[in-house]
Design a protein around this ligand. Structure first.
Ligand code: ADP
Ligand code: MG
Length: 421
């Protein structure tokens, strides 16, 4: 009995291990490493089965080696299954195990050939289809066993009919069904989790869409109001007209910004990754914001210790990130001031600090940072930091804030370096 449970554990443990480490996916889309891992687990399971068989009172030994082999074909694909089978044949030839090789090989071939043939279709089948196939295989095993034994080992068949026709096949069938059940159940659970996460995200994006629609209405209403004014009062002085136009432009820009921020939130896929020289990106954004800084009476100072350190990211997004942080720093100083930007290397990270002498934030304000539409600015969108956090997260980086009310704020951004391209 103990041996029996051992055998079941040998078969089940690799299944659990595999499902715990790796996401369920069809064999064709696995990476090389995943394939190797799958094979090693299957082989380990098979070897353990062979090493610690169930000793029966009659002196015979039985084990569940066939289960990892079959599963290897069905879930791991043809190559994986064939390799497992070859490994088994190799082990048998090496150890010179007792019992006629041809007989067991024949049994295995009869069972494994359908597995080989159906492996790709098995992967694509529905869950019910996979259960049906397993059941068919298990039922097929008995007549095949009887047929092969009648031809090759009639003495064994007659001396041990209960063992050969009842107990052992039953044991094997149980092991097989249990294993498939285990694989399918863990798969289903993982699938449900995935779907759940997706549903949550979709809901968040949906709520956000409603909020965005609401936020965009304000600038639109303002623009509409000015348009009406311009339409009604044809004789407005030119400077007044210009003033209205400028105001309308700011509102349209705001709506545009909200939509752009929202789109990058709703689509977390950063697009193609490329090696980016961090200094170049920072400098580009600084150049872009130079005029904006002057208008706000802010000076930007950049102290760079980086050479040609490279991070992996999407150019547009990385610039959006720096742009958000720098713009916030400039906007935090309504009476002007200085923004200190430093770039250094700390171990495998590039660290960019953006320090301003602006209004700073209280603990409460800090806690609300990065939540959607939290803005203390009249024309703010309250999406900039949320997008920034997301970009940083996608790059496996970190973004930390330190702030003292009325004194200033420091954003510290750490991005993992990529090996230079
Ligand atoms: P927005 O800039 O449109 O308001 P953000 O998400 O970029 O939206 O920022 C949200 C809020 O966080 C700002 O309105 C501001 O109150 C606060 N904040 C961000 N950066 C700073 C900073 N450098 N100094 C002070 N407050 C900041
Ligand atoms: Mg901002």
């Amino acid at each position: 009995m103990k041996d029996l449970i051992n055998q079941l554990v040998f078969v089940a443990a690799p299944i659990l291990a595999y499902q715990a480490w790796l996401k369920p996916q069809p064999a064709e889309s696995m990476s090389f490493l995943q394939r190797v891992l799958l094979f090693v687990l299957g082989a380990g399971s098979m070897v353990l089965c062979l090493l610690f068989p169930v000793h029966l009172a009659s002196g015979y030994r039985v084990d569940l080696r066939l289960v990892p082999m079959t599963l290897g074909f069905l879930y791991g694909g043809r190559l994986n299954g064939s390799l497992l089978f070859l490994l088994y044949v190799g082990i048998r030839l090496l150890t010179g195990e007792t019992g006629p090789l041809t007989a067991s090989l024949l049994i295995y071939l009869f069972l494994l050939v359908p597995c080989y043939l159906f492996a790709p279709r098995f992967q694509a089948a529905t869950r019910a289809g996979r259960f049906r196939f397993t059941l068919g295989l298990v039922l097929l095993a008995l007549p095949i066993r009887i047929a092969v034994l009648t031809v090759f080992q009639p003495d064994l068949l007659y001396s041990q009919p209960l063992l050969m026709l009842g107990l052992f096949p039953f044991f094997q069938a149980c092991g097989m069904c249990l294993s498939v059940y285990l694989v399918e159940m863990t798969r289903e659970k993982q699938q449900l989790q995935l779907e759940h996460a997706l549903a949550l995200r979709n809901r968040a994006v949906g709520q956000m869409a409603a909020a965005v629609a609401h936020e965009i209405r304000n600038p639109l209403t303002v623009v509409k109001g000015f348009l009406r004014l311009l339409e009604r009062q044809r004789e407005l002085p030119e400077d007044k007209q210009l003033e209205y136009l400028v105001l309308m432009q700011t509102e349209v820009d705001r709506a545009d910004q909200i939509i752009r921020d929202y789109l990058s939130l709703a689509k977390p896929d950063p697009g193609p990754l490329e090696p980016l020289r961090l200094v170049e990106e920072v400098t580009a954004v600084l150049d872009e914001l130079a005029a904006y800084a002057v208008n706000h009476g802010a000076t930007l100072s950049f102290e760079n210790d980086l050479a040609d350190e490279v991070v992996s990211g999407n150019r547009e997004r990385v610039q959006q990130l720096f742009g958000n942080l720098l713009q916030n720093a400039i906007e935090a100083m309504p009476d002007g001031g200085k923004v200190y930007i430093t770039a250094t290397r700390e171990k495998q990270m590039a660290v960019i600090r953006i320090h301003d002498e602006g209004v700073g934030m209280t603990q409460e304000e800090l806690e609300r940072l990065g939540t959607a539409f939290y803005s203390t600015k009249e024309k703010g969108t309250g999406l900039g930091l949320m997008v920034s956090y997301q970009i940083v997260e996608a790059m496996n980086g970190k973004l930390k804030v330190h702030s003292v009310k009325h004194q200033g704020t420091t954003f510290t951004l750490a991005l993992p370096l990529a090996s230079p391209a």
